[in-house]
Design a protein around this ligand. Sequence first.
Ligand code: SF4
Length: 761
Amino acid sequence: MSDQEPRLEMTDQDRRDFLKAMLGLGLAGGAALGGWGALEFLVNKGTADTWHKSTCRFCGTGCGIKVGMRAGKITDIRGDEDAHNKGVICVKGTMLRALPDIPGRLLRPRIRKGDAFVDASWDEAMGLVARNFEEIIRRDGPDAVAYYGSGQLYTEENYTANKLFKAGIRTNNVDNNARLCMTSAAFGYTTVFGKDEPSGSYEDIDHADCFFLIGSNTYECHPPIFERIRRRRDAHPGTKIICVDPRRTRTAELSDLHIPVIPGTDMLLLNAMAQVICEEGLYDRPFIEEHVRFADGEKTVALEEFRAFLDRDYRPEKVQERLGVSAEMIRRAAFLFARSGATMTLWTMGINQGTQGTAQNQMLSGLHLITGQICRPGATPLSLTGQCNACGGARDTGALAHALPGGRSVANPEHRREVEKLWGVPEGTISPNPGLTAVDLFRAMEGGKVKAALIMCTNPGQSLPNVGRYRKAMDKGFLAVAEAFEGSETARLADVLLPAALWVEKEGVYGQTERRYQLIEKLLEPAGEARSDLRILVDLADRLGHGGLIKARTPEAVWDEWRTMSASTKYNFAGITYPRLRKLHGLQWPCPTEDHPGTVRRYVGGDDPMVTPGKKVEFYGHHDHKAVVFLLPYVPSPELATPEYPLVLTTGRVLEMWHTGTITRQIKELAASAGPARFQLNPADAHHLGIREGDPIEVRSRFGAVKGIAALSDSPRRGVLFAAFYDPDLPINLVVADHYDPTSREPAFKVTAVAVSKVTA
Ligand code: SF4
């Protein structure tokens, strides 16, 4: 694609000053979000000769962008008006224009020699990786090695890694950093609907009358989504936004109702809302009778038992004190949710990262099911994805320890047989035992059970909870790390560093929140000697003697194999081909044939091709074609405040930084704007502790201690401390608890009991 587009000229200095003015002073965070469009426009330089359709490589919004190029270099980035984000992007996407000149790139393979790294050839580095893997597998068996990937790898890369390790090496120790952010959502959808991934789409925002934002700072973490919500409310006065968050974020400030719950108590709120809905007769009996089954564990129960369960323990007056908000507020939320023309729930890590993460996901869908707020335009529960390709690359490909491609499971003998046949390996090749999930994988390295790991495109040395423990564990094993930047906390722990190509330096497909697959075409040669992760995996397969298994060796060939595998599942996207993706702004699955337009609303007749003809709504994932509402008791977090640890720490992201900041900290405009991370402390708590703005403080938990600077803010409610996790100089995950949800095994990053004290010289 190529066109000439006159743009406003700005010098680099203008752009930096503008970004600093907007972001450094918090104006981008404080101005009306209508400013985003202007921000994106103003920071574009207008120096491109050609424009290329692409997709941002950061968050799960999956923004369509146009990459402007001149003389073989990226000179500009702008939002794509024809994509689902309607031209709106955030500063992270804009600053992708800094590629390929972002400092700190790892340009050639490196091998550890003592405490230092020395440059090596690809052959030396890959030879060393293969020899270590071979030797360990021969001596200790295949489960002594592991793969730990990323929701930022391309779908083709995670698919290939999954196949190599599960069918070649024959271990299910394949997990992904998506375990840290969204497996609770995956288990929630799978248990409720029988299939993973959401029913709705971003388009539902344009039809909703009530937005229930829970555990999501949408304004800062998914800006174009919040912009679309804001536009909907502007165009339809009366539209309500409810925000559930222990912090008064900018999202909360722009909402109509802010419910500042105590961290870790969301299940109390959801059950209390359900109690009000049932008691006040706000439920949709005809929808329930036709489409819903109630269950207490495995046992089917009646609606009346669900109601009795709620009446017993979850009346608003009974939960309000533990929840930290009034019964009146709970009632108001329940009425707004149930009585709006169409309610849309959006959530992210505040719900997923809890010891009840799966249950909270199940209950969010449950609220939609009992009120019939589903499968209509604007009425849907939509889990916002954190990473750009966690849905496509980790969940759909089954590159997780319990899973196989297309919603299949390693524990299911029929699924194993089917995948073995499709992969052309003998029956019995795939182990029936689920592999080790993220936290357990690094615990197994600590105990010496896992002795080698290939880590690709992720930074567990900073992102894992209780990370001090797992840094030591990584130091014990043999670590091959494929990384684009050399300074990450994980790269420092590596035995072999493999320079990885980044974003448009390679080709592949991302699958974002709303089941939309989008192709990113290669526009640049990789920096230095960097290679795509796919090429690294193919090389490893050859060296380990599994080259015959990994026959597909180009992104398009892998994609074609992968889409063929989907054809026999309800995740069918056989009709999504590279030629179609080159032309279109992505396609949403199910999409079974090459003339199918894709599916906006799943489970809806006339839209979803998997629904039986003639049916208006069909939850075909379960044998009885019904969705399940579970009876889910609230189980208190093990990290609620105690006299010894009287505050609760919660962590998160900031607008300018992407996750651990491996890339965004290297972009000087973004780094200057974000500044160093601080502890946000409520002034009332600070007063009680004798802490003033700018004081050095120490934060201690049962897991570790970190020193940092206090920033007093009435954003966190009293009793809550907040820290962002992008800054290695404030390594907050040293303190964060490593408990996890027993079903999804997703760590509960959002709730850690801590003690705070002023550091005196
Ligand atoms: Fe869009 Fe997310 Fe990229 Fe920002 S970071 S441009 S919101 S995809």
